[in-house]
Design a binder for this molecule. Structure first.
Ligand SMILES: [Zn+2]
Length: 212
């Protein structure tokens, strides 16, 4: 997953100063229309592959771009202009819309909503960061066994053995971490330990601190 805009965040997920939902925390990430070089940059990009549903004049959301890829629901809101057609498939990184101030918006910005398992989550926790890729540890089968054990999964079942063999054969530990991060058992174990949404950094910190 990538960010739908590289501009600075103007209101983070969970902020309580959202003027439109005063009492409840901000259920998305806002990006401004000025990039870090001080230039206007209103293009909105697909954070993941998906088939878009375009809903104009949708109450507070304004003109929205929505898509659901089966595990993630995205809403890209307050847009001024669509760059794709309703029902069109767009791959990650495709320019789909232009930022605007439609709906309940006090200025031009993008509100990026992400729902996982029916809950609004911080999209930035799901972005695969370039810098993370260089931090991938060199793992082996014992590491995976320890991770499974720690997450409360028996590493000696047939399923676990298949899982371990598959990833050992693939040998791409960046992909493995990304996959493992999403496993419910590991999510639950880490959440119990650290609280909140489990990120790729949590997995890497765990690996660096507990397995090495
Ligand atoms: Zn917002």
């Amino acid at each position: 997953m990538q960010k739908p805009s590289n501009n600075p965040v103007t209101l983070p997920f969970g902020a309580t100063s959202d003027p439109y939902t005063a009492a409840s925390p901000h259920k998305g990430v806002d990006f401004g229309w000025i990039n870090s070089a001080g230039q206007s940059d209103k293009t909105i990009y697909m954070p993941e592959d998906g088939t878009v549903t375009l809903v104009p004049n949708n109450g507070n959301d304004g003109n929205g771009v929505y898509f659901n890829n089966g595990s993630h629901f995205h809403g890209l809101l307050h847009t001024s202009q669509y760059l794709v057609s309703n029902g069109q498939f767009a791959s990650q990184g495709t320019a789909v819309a232009v930022m605007g101030a439609t709906g309940a918006a006090d200025g031009v910005h993008l509100h990026w909503a992400l729902k996982v398992n029916g809950q609004f989550v911080n999209g930035l926790d799901y972005v695969t960061k370039e810098e993370d890729m260089s931090k991938s540890p060199d793992l082996n089968e014992d590491d995976i066994k320890n991770m499974l054990r720690w997450a409360g999964v028996d590493p000696d079942t047939q399923n676990s053995q298949n899982y371990i063999k598959t990833w050992s054969d693939i040998g791409d530990w960046n992909k493995f971490i990304y996959d493992f991060q999403k496993q419910p058992a590991f999510q639950n174990a880490l959440r119990a330990k650290f609280g909140g949404t489990v990120t790729r950094d949590d997995v890497l910190n765990y690996l660096n601190g507990n397995l090495k």
